[in-house]
Design a protein around this ligand. Sequence first.
Ligand SMILES: [Zn+2]
Length: 191
Amino acid sequence: MNEQMWRAIVDCDPAYDGQFYYGLQTTGIFCKPSCRSKTPNPENVRIFLTTGDAKKAGLRPCKRCRPEEPFRLTSEEELAQKAAAFLTQHCHQPLSLQQIAAELFVSPYHLQRCFQKVMGVSPAKFLLRKRLKAAQHLLGNTQESITTIALQVGFQSSSHFSAVFHKETGCSPTAYRQCQSQGTKKPTASL
Ligand SMILES: [Zn+2]
């Protein structure tokens, strides 16, 4: 399992549905990445590319997310998933709605409307959450400066990054890092 797959499972990210399945030897079931069941212990997770492989390994399909149901998407869902995958892949660089829409050959208005309807958040908010999660990971696990992290996760400046981080999580990047390094409980709202 790679980091990207693990993030998809933790985030219950529907953009990855159909790309892989994950099984748990402990429960004997397998799920789609978007399954809303409890986040598993990564040590128990096994990745499968098809439902057939999961069943061959002796696992049963989850009753909640029904991984075997035919994968039929409406055009709106398909567009939203493509956009989500694009945003996830390119979240480390500056992106505008116009750019993403052009990439997917639709109008910005149509993209905005479909994405909001299917994903429950705007593309901008979705992107922001990806960036802040990436930033939290870097703050907690590296010694990089706030400025470097801001640029790395796709913000144009560290002051903008700090302001947004504070607004969304309730604490500054520096305070977040200090809490992480002291091993105290996460001070921030979950994103
Ligand atoms: Zn499931």
